[in-house]
Ligand binder design. Structure first.
Ligand code: FE
Length: 259
């Protein structure tokens, strides 16, 4: 492990792989996009991955004499770290709910476990899929600094994505605070394995941002009708809407694909 001095004082984990570094003695830059021809460092090698005996191509100073010149990846790295921390908290919370209340409920699918899938920033807010042995929901978390702890649980809000409008329910939990959830599947009895469920969750995240999903409405509605006819009786976790909503159309189509 080699460090470097300067604005980050040797904290390798504080710079992103895209960081452009500069020798503070002779101002020679190290740009990971270019690598270092002289020492056969191939383009794409992050500064933190340079060998410990790598020296400044300009003045032979050691790695420790480099400081951050520019780090285009640092804001994104911070965001992703923040998202990882918060989704881990969400997962821990629902694992606790599972052990406290759900594990012996008949609708539980024992092949599944709680997992956060595909969380990414959406207009500054973490968005992804939370799947569990008893539900799969789209989850929207507040932006850093935004307080959703005063949301009224059960309040409905329609949120628009490129593929259509989705109804989210506001909710709050003691450990994770406020969040908005859009139900995709419940119960989860149709999923044969965690891998199947994760694949569908990933497909949902892709379909959400695909305008083409709108055009498939009719076909997906047909698929959904056929699928419901196959299931006797069809699961009715909530009153059936008069017409399929965008999300049921999309999720039902995806579920069919995962069978
Ligand atoms: Fe130098």
């Amino acid at each position: 492990m080699s460090g470097f001095e300067g604005s980050y004082l040797g904290a390798n984990d504080r710079i992103s792989p895209a960081a452009i570094m500069e020798c503070k003695i002779c101002w020679t830059p190290y740009d990971p996009a270019e690598g270092d021809d002289f020492r056969q460092i191939s383009p794409g090698t992050p500064f933190t991955d340079l060998p410990d005996d790598w020296h400044c191509p300009g003045c032979d100073a050691p790695k420790t004499q480099f400081m951050v010149l520019e780090d285009p990846g640092s804001a994104q790295t911070a965001t992703l770290t923040d998202i990882a921390t918060r989704t881990a908290r969400l997962v821990a919370d629902f694992v606790e709910v599972y052990h406290a209340k759900m594990r012996d409920v008949p609708i539980i699918n024992k092949a599944l476990h709680v997992q956060a899938v595909g969380f990414r920033p959406h207009e500054g807010r973490p968005l992804g899929v939370l799947l569990s042995p008893w539900f799969m929901n789209l989850i929207l978390l507040p932006e850093a600094g935004e307080d959703w702890s005063t949301l009224t649980p059960g309040t409905k809000e329609v949120i628009t994505f490129p593929s259509g409008d989705y109804e989210f329910l506001h909710n709050t939990r003691e450990t994770v605070g406020g969040y908005k959830a859009c139900s995709l599947f419940s119960p989860m009895t149709d999923f044969a394995s965690q891998r199947d469920a994760v694949e569908v969750a990933e497909a949902v995240m892709a379909a959400l941002f695909t305008p083409d999903a709108r055009a498939e409405t009719d076909r997906a509605a047909d698929i959904r009708a056929v699928r419901e006819a196959e299931l006797a009786p069809p699961p009715q976790p909530e009153p059936a809407p008069l017409a399929p909503t965008r999300r049921t159309v999309i999720s039902a189509g995806l579920a069919r694909g995962a069978d």
